[in-house]
Design a protein around this ligand. Structure first.
Ligand code: AHG
Length: 326
């Protein structure tokens, strides 16, 4: 069995990136343990606080955020962190360093209390400016600039799925010895699938193109394997992971109330889009490639359509026809 460390060394990634990944992965092991015994620790439930988007924070959100911030604050290559749970950029004690890490410490918080899979999402960028202390502008980058991205899914086992731009690889945590071991190399997502994942409770508020696509998914058509199955966990990491392996599409569209959707460009959409593209899939905002958009603020959101290429293309056709871009 090959450890994550050995795999990274053999893949000859640059030492700073190797180092940063270590500092991201380390707290996830402790977090995995905590999640496994969550009912016995005081980490379930609300933290009696809200984050920058006005969303209720869970105790585990706060615990995990603190753990990743503490770990990365010791990484001499990391100039700044940006977190879904924190309003401002967090400079490390090394503000002249070259790299920036974005993370969502716990994705799917609403599932924490009911023992359903949740995850941590991360990505790494090189800062834009070349000297002086890191600035906010250094963090506002298109997803195509990501050097690494991944997620750790705390499910029936704890799995790290990661890319450094040369395919998608997964590693399973062996909890007894606290090490991640390579479990799958060069994961490819099927060109098409049978699963669509969307919160259909919001149907009435969806753009017409999405409504029409959902009806398409539900039609009877043997040659194209329809009707598809609807699967929605409500933890994007878990929905994404299933669709990555089995083929499918995940959609979080705009709604009348939230024209930019719910999910954040820097913490959720960019890393997942990098991964899905590296696995041979596709990610758009319904019209354009996610990775080509440069956010203008840290907590910017975007609609997202990602997964098997044929399915993303199909919904794109419906969007063009029934909800043309304004
Ligand atoms: P949070 O981490 O605040 O629970 O948000 C989870 C995200 C994402 O993981 C999931 O796909 C989506 O929000 C679910 O939102 P809806 O409940 O609106 O479907």
């Amino acid at each position: 069995m090959k450890t994550l460390n050995r795999f990274l060394i053999e893949s000859s990634i640059q030492m700073p990136l190797y180092n940063i990944i270590q500092y991201i992965i380390q707290p996830s092991k402790d977090l995995s343990r905590k999640i496994n015994i969550a009912g016995l620790e005081d980490i379930l439930g609300e933290a009696d606080a809200t984050n920058v988007q006005g969303e209720e924070q869970k105790k585990l959100d706060v615990y995990a955020n603190d753990a990743f911030v503490a770990s990365l604050s010791n990484c001499t290559h990391c100039a700044a962190m940006i977190s879904e749970e924190t309003e401002e950029m967090i400079s490390t004690p090394f503000p002249n360093a070259e790299y920036i890490v974005a993370f969502d410490p716990v994705d799917g918080s609403s599932n924490i209390d009911v023992n359903v899979s949740i995850g941590t999402i991360f990505s790494v960028y090189k800062r834009k400016s070349t000297d002086g202390p890191v600035t906010l502008d250094d963090c506002l980058q298109a997803g195509s600039n990501q050097l690494a991205a991944g997620y750790i899914i705390y499910g029936s086992s704890t799995i790290l799925v990661m890319t450094t731009g040369t395919g998608v690889h997964s590693f399973t945590l062996e909890p007894h010895i606290d090490k991640f071991y390579l479990s799958e190399t060069d994961i490819k997502t099927p060109q098409t699938g049978k699963i669509y994942s969307i919160n259909e409770g919001n149907y009435i508020k969806f753009p017409e193109g999405v409504k029409k696509y959902i009806k398409y998914c539900q039609e009877n058509d043997k040659p194209s394997n329809r009707p598809y199955s609807s699967r929605y966990i409500g933890s994007m990491v878990a929905d994404f992971h299933r669709n990555l392996k089995k083929g499918g599409i995940f959609i979080y569209p705009s709604t009348e109330k939230d024209p930019s959707g719910k999910l954040r460009v820097l913490y959720e959409c960019n890393p997942m889009s990098f991964l899905v593209e590296q696995a041979g899939g596709k990610a758009t905002n319904g019209y354009d490639r996610i990775l080509d958009q440069t956010p203008s603020s840290l907590h910017e959101r975007t609609p997202i359509f990602m997964g098997s290429t044929d399915m993303v293309n199909k919904v794109g056709e419906y969007m063009q026809e029934f909800s043309p871009k304004k």
